[in-house]
Write a new protein. Structure first.
Length: 449
């Protein structure tokens, strides 16, 4: 047995240590002894504490990243997978509903499987949106079958709701438009005041379910002002109107005088020519508006007494334009008024076909009036033979369907002086009286004594 030597190994002639035996050569080298008088260096407590804290932070960060990554994968799974909806259906998101309320409704309606996953995804998208949060908008939405949370959230965020048509035809007064909007079931909210006459642009508007009626009125007013400003810039030279408002007033009269698109410019030319010659406009619709205002319909034929009664709007008794519009004219009528036909016409009267006969002289106009009287008598006889009944809409000739014109028996001489005497059949049944509205009317100028 080889015995281990405790003595120091021998030194070689070159000064290096040399093992004294093969077994000693196999032993590991021993560390040198600490020098005498040296102090043992203790590790720093501060550094040890910092190291432990840093290690804990790194560990927690790794764990948090793993947890967040797992949650993100789970949310992504909920976000992307097909939803539980079996068949397409519509859902109405009420205005002012919060994200939790919306999520609960979607879960209750079977559109999403988890409201909390929906809310979490919405919050996550807001964080990742770079300062542009995804706001879910009110309205009625068509949700397709098996729509994922992504599909639903994008649909609500972009506001791609079902749109409904609200058609407001040309020639209605502001009061009539308000009454139609109040009867529209897809709109919400009250209307506090009737907008000024002529400030609304008639059109077919697309609205989402629950849209505010006041909001739609504001949109109509904005579009009207914008369109009038553009049309005014493209007006013909030498018009007898000095401002866009005067053009709007004249356009409202043209709108009520004819419903035929091919006559608008020629009717506008008659009134433009009369204004240039300082002739009174003598338009029947202005008589009606002076009597009933925004209600629109007189409910009977115009009488001689109506013609002789002076109001602020009766252009048989006032010079120039009335103080304001008598309806809300459409785009085409505004353009026709600002770019009338180039004619010398000063008169027009109904021709029995829904249109008008235009004349440059009073003699020609009187002949056209007599022709219309014959047509009127023939129509009246046919209606008497047919028995009592209500006249068709097309039977009312004149001011854009207004059943209010100079009656031949009441004013036989009126046709010779009128610019636009347009008679309606006397047998036409009067419409039902308009419902009274408690909405305040816009302030108008006081009547002159």
């Amino acid at each position: 047995m080889i015995q281990r030597r405790d003595g120091p190994p021998t030194m070689s002639p070159q000064g290096s240590m040399r093992p004294r035996s093969p077994s000693e050569a196999l032993e590991p080298t021993r560390a040198p002894q600490r020098p005498r008088g040296g102090k043992i260096r203790q590790p720093s407590r501060v550094l040890s504490t910092i190291a432990r804290i840093g290690s804990a932070i790194i560990t927690l960060s790794v764990v948090a990243l793993v947890v967040i990554g797992g949650l993100a994968l789970l949310l992504g799974h909920f976000y992307e997978r097909p939803g539980p909806l079996i068949e397409a259906r519509s859902v109405v998101i009420e205005k002012g509903a919060g994200r939790i309320e919306i999520a609960e409704q979607l879960e209750r309606d079977g559109i999403i499987s988890s409201r909390w996953a929906f809310v979490a995804n919405h919050l996550l998208r807001n964080v990742m949106s770079g300062g542009k949060p995804v706001e879910m908008k009110a309205g009625e939405y068509e949700i397709k079958a098996a729509a994922s949370m992504r599909d639903v959230l994008e649909l609500l965020g972009e506001g791609k709701s079902v749109l409904y048509k609200v058609t407001l035809p040309e020639g209605l007064t502001s009061q009539q438009i308000v009454e139609r909007l109040l009867a529209e079931p897809n709109l919400s909210g009250e209307i506090t005041q009737i907008p000024p006459e002529g400030s609304l642009l008639p059109d077919t508007y697309r609205v989402s379910k629950g849209m505010s009626r006041q909001e739609l009125l504001g949109r109509m007013q904005a579009e009207s002002a914008e369109f009038l400003a553009r049309a005014w810039e493209k007006r013909a030279a030498d018009l007898p109107v000095a401002t866009p408002r005067e053009a709007l007033i004249l356009a409202s009269i043209v709108e009520k005088e004819t419903g035929k698109a091919d006559e608008r410019q020629r009717v506008a030319a008659v009134f433009v020519n009369r204004l240039k010659k300082k002739m009174r406009l003598q338009s029947d619709p202005t008589i009606i508006y002076g009597i009933v205002g925004g209600r629109g319909s007189l409910g009977r034929s115009i009488t001689r007494s109506d013609i002789d009664t002076k109001t602020d709007y009766n252009t048989y008794r006032i010079n120039g334009l009335p103080p304001g519009p008598i309806c809300n004219p459409g785009r085409e009528t505004i353009e026709a008024t600002l770019n009338p036909a180039v004619t010398n016409d000063l008169y027009f009267v109904a021709d029995g076909t829904g249109g008008h006969t235009f004349s440059e002289t009073l003699a020609a106009h009187n002949a056209a009036v007599q022709n219309w009287r014959k047509i009127e008598k023939t129509q009246a006889g046919q209606e008497r033979n047919a028995g009592p009944g209500v006249a068709e809409e097309g039977d009312v000739v004149g001011a854009a369907g207004e059943a209010g014109s100079t009656d031949a028996a009441a004013a036989p001489e009126a046709g010779a002086a009128a610019a636009a005497v347009t008679a309606a059949p006397a047998v036409a049944a009067p419409p039902a009286p308009a419902k009274k509205s408690n909405i305040p009317l816009p302030v108008r100028k006081p009547k002159t004594p």
